[in-house]
Design a protein around this ligand. Structure first.
Ligand code: THU
Length: 137
């Protein structure tokens, strides 16, 4: 279907979705990212009783990819279990994604398994003027 995520990304997110740890918000999210190597990495949101320490599913997935040696992210899926609406990544996650998508050409898919609705956008559309350091020491 137009704008819907590829089956292998969906499967990877679905596999871990039940592990989302969201006792405070009740908003469970899974994510799957396809890195430059073609490998897929998944993550879930992990909340904390000190709310601000919560980490979104997308960042968990990206950090897992980087931990495994990846340095570029081609596709991202946000799989929001408890939402009828597909949701796109928060601003913090968009900035983290932009670190591994210098051209902003990463494709981001938002999918709600409840409604079956999906949407798609490029990272450039979602964060058109991402912060970048102008120089490195
Ligand atoms: N959350 C994600 O994991 N990804 C998103 O794209 C949106 C928000 C999480 C953070 C928190 O655990 C819960 O959803 C409610 O904000």
């Amino acid at each position: 279907m137009e704008g819907c995520p590829p089956g292998d990304l969906l499967e990877a997110a679905k596999r871990v979705a039940g592990n989302a740890y969201a006792p405070y918000s009740g908003f469970r999210v899974a994510s799957a990212v396809r890195a430059e190597s073609g490998r897929i990495y998944a993550g879930v949101n992990v909340e904390n009783s000190s709310y601000g320490l919560t980490v979104c599913a997308e960042r968990v997935a990206v950090f897992s990819a980087v931990t495994n040696g990846e340095r570029a992210i081609r596709e991202v899926l946000v799989y929001a279990l408890d939402s009828e609406e597909p949701v796109f990544p928060c601003g913090a996650c968009l900035q983290v994604l932009s670190e591994f998508s210098p051209e902003g050409d990463t494709i981001v898919y938002a999918y709600s398994p409840r409604s079956g609705r999906c949407e798609r956008a490029s990272l450039r559309e979602l964060l058109p003027r991402a912060f970048r350091l102008g120089h490195r020491i």
